[in-house]
Every structure is written in structure tokens, then in C-alpha cells.
Ligand binder design. Structure first.
Ligand code: SAH
Length: 281
């Protein structure tokens, strides 16, 4: 397909640009890359190229460590942390590090879990680079809000059950605190994919019912989606809090009729079970 060829050409050109003319003063570039949700194979080809050519890789907690093995032998790997309770580098320190490394003429790959622009603060980092005229590229990744339900057998849209989906945060300012925002999103969207919401699950369920969702609305929690530790729990708004006790973070909360599709199309956890049987049986 002609469009496909065009894409390929553009991608290769932009990656090669960085290493051109070894003899000349090296141009710095920062790649803000989505590593995908957990399964290392879900990174994009362009993201993988950016890791392979980096002088320095700055990576977050939820990035699959296997991907770091793709970096060159001389590449520096810098852990930036970012867990719900503890940041090993503050966002401000990360911003300073990014600009300092770029000022040294280095190729820097900033590797983030999922997609860098979906609850990943990639937008803020790009703003810092843009303000200092540092060349950068954004390499999107597969976000957990799509990948975790997909690996649990839940399509976020479906011709018969859902024609709209919202990606929302359980914790940001535009999340739990804003009643009007919740009312709007709960009433107008079919499927809700809620990030960072597990600890607030009772509050979230209460808000869903207050704004008109039936207690029987299906809901799923997918912990460690797309990894070998993936665990999915399903129920309805009235029952999920009790059932969710053993789901570990990181987890996605999926609300809506699409959750019922899992009954017939769940596949990934079945594969793991099959593998377990093969190994032990
Ligand atoms: N930029 C990331 C989201 C970072 S916010 C992305 O696009 O996916 C962190 C939240 O993402 C977690 O609290 C959790 O809700 C969700 N998350 C990240 N990885 C996940 C995974 N493997 N399975 C389920 N949820 C995940």
C-alpha cells in the first residue's frame, strides 16, 4: 500500500538523521519513547531503534527491563523511578537531566511505560525541550488502557456494546476532585478506562452509581496487564470492591458492557495456563 511505504520511508529517515556524519560535531536529539504496557514485544519498531542508538537511556519503573538489554554496550542507563509513593528523581530533576545531557550533544532516549503522552508527563518533558530549542521526537507507545483490556479479552469499543471510550485518571486534579467532570464522563461515555484508580476503587464505584450507572454494570480490573503476572478480576459495580482485594498495582479499571465480551474472547490468561500445564504436566 502506498501509504504504508510513505510511513516506512519517513521513519527510517528520521532515525538515521541522528548518526549522520560521524566526523562532524554531533547533533543531540531526545526521543521520548513509549515502551508499551509490559510485554516487551509490544514496543514499536521506531521505539526499539531509538533505544539501540541512544547514548543514554532514562527509564521509568514500569518499563520492561528486557528492553534495556537492547541498548548499546556503551550506553548509560539511568533509572528515574516513579512509583505511586516514591520518585527516585523528581520531575524537575528529570527535566534538568534531559536538558543537560542534550547540551552535551548526546542522543537521549527517554523511555516511559505505555504511551508517553497518556498520563506519562511526556507532554511536560517535551515542553521543556521545546522551550530550550532542543530537537526531539515523540515515539508513541501502546497505552495500558488499550493493551491491558485487550490482553484480558475486552475490546474497548464494539459495534454492539460501545461506541465511545474515555481514558481517565483516578487521581489527577481532573479526576476524583472534580464532581462535574465525573458526572460528564460517566453519563456521556460508554466505556471508561481508569488509570491509577485501584486505591480509590470504593470512591470510584460510589461516583459511578451516583451519576447513573446501574449497580449491575460490568467492571474489570486487570493487574500487570500483558505480563506473565497478569491477573483479571471481573464483577459489577456492586461486587467489585470485595473481589478486587488481591489485584496488584499497576492495574486498569475497565467499566462498561464491553467487559462481558471477556466471557467468550479471553485468550491471554488461557495461554499462560496452557504453558503452566505444559511445564508442570
Ligand atoms: N503512560 C502509561 C500510564 C502511566 S500511569 C500508559 O500509557 O500506559 C500509571 C498507571 O497506568 C497505573 O497506575 C495503571 O493504572 C496503568 N498501568 C500501567 N501499566 C499497566 C499494566 N501493565 N497493567 C495494568 N495497568 C497498567
Amino acid at each position: 500500500m502506498v501509504v504504508g511505504k510513505g510511513w516506512k520511508k519517513q521513519s527510517v529517515a528520521s532515525i538515521q538523521e541522528v548518526n549522520r556524519d560521524e566526523g562532524e560535531e554531533k547533533m543531540s536529539k531526545v526521543y521520548i519513547v513509549g515502551a508499551g504496557p509490559g510485554d516487551a514485544d509490544l514496543i514499536t519498531v521506531k521505539g526499539l531503534k531509538a533505544i539501540r542508538q541512544a547514548d543514554v537511556v532514562l527509564y521509568d519503573r514500569l518499563v520492561n527491563q528486557e528492553l534495556l538489554e537492547e541498548a548499546g554496550e556503551s550506553a548509560r542507563l539511568v533509572y528515574c523511578g516513579k512509583s505511586p509513593d516514591h520518585h527516585s528523581l523528581t520531575q524537575e530533576e528529570i527535566n534538568v537531566l534531559l536538558t543537560d545531557l542534550a547540551a552535551q550533544g548526546l542522543t537521549v532516549t527517554r523511555l516511559k511505560g505505555g504511551d508517553p503522552f497518556v498520563f506519562g508527563r511526556g507532554g511536560e518533558e517535551a515542553e521543556v525541550l521545546a522551550a530550550r530549542d532542543i530537537p526531539f521526537e515523540i515515539v508513541p507507545g501502546i497505552t495500558a488502557g488499550i493493551a491491558a483490556p485487550a490482553y484480558a479479552g475486552i475490546p474497548v469499543t464494539h459495534r454492539e456494546h460501545s461506541s465511545s471510550v474515555a481514558f481517565i485518571s483516578g487521581v489527577s486534579k481532573l479526576g476524583m476532585e472534580d464532581e462535574v467532570y465525573w458526572e460528564h464522563v460517566v453519563k456521556s461515555m460508554d466505556t471508561l478506562c481508569i488509570y491509577m484508580g485501584v486505591r480509590k476503587l470504593p470512591d470510584i464505584c460510589e461516583r459511578l452509581t451516583r451519576h447513573g450507572r446501574e449497580g449491575t454494570t460490568p467492571i474489570a480490573l486487570v493487574g500487570w496487564g500483558t505480563t506473565e503476572w497478569q491477573k483479571t478480576v471481573t464483577g459489577d459495580i456492586d461486587s467489585i470492591v470485595e473481589k478486587a482485594e488481591h489485584v496488584e498495582n499497576p492495574a486498569m479499571i475497565i467499566v462498561g458492557e464491553v467487559v462481558r465480551c471477556r466471557d467468550s474472547i479471553q485468550w491471554f490468561e488461557k495461554l499462560s495456563e496452557a504453558r503452566e500445564v505444559e511445564v508442570t504436566g
